[in-house]
Design a protein around this ligand. Sequence first.
Ligand code: RB5
Length: 152
Amino acid sequence: MFIAIGSDHAGLELKIAIISVLKELAHEYIDYGTDSPQSVDYPDFGEMVSDAVSKGKVDRGILICGTGIGMSIVANKFPNIRAALCNELFSAKMSRLHNDANILVLGGRIIGKDLAKEIVRTWMVTPFESGRHLNRIVKITLIENKRMIKGK
Ligand code: RB5
């Protein structure tokens, strides 16, 4: 799979650890930064990754900030994005099975590297269950489209 990854300064260390997992699993990736511990604004990095996923330039995205909350808010503003903040394994698995999440968000100040790596491994291999859940995803897309038509 081709993955877009990005973080702010608070997610940088975890991002480096996660890139090592992507390499280990032989996924291709594009790293949108940040590359230094200097303070930056998470929306700038969330936007680049979310835009790439939203436009289909990559298959999926991974975003990390301090809590994961800011990056989630940014990512879910984009069309076709289903970003899931998962700081434990069960949510990571369910976000794929039921929500077909296409961006995984993690909190660099909340979870340790080992758990984050385990979450990424699980999230990468868990398929979308489809069935009744597909109808729900279609409804999300319809809400998105209605709002776009109304200009809201
Ligand atoms: C940065 O200090 C912090 O606010 C950011 O990483 C994130 O947690 C925002 O939601």
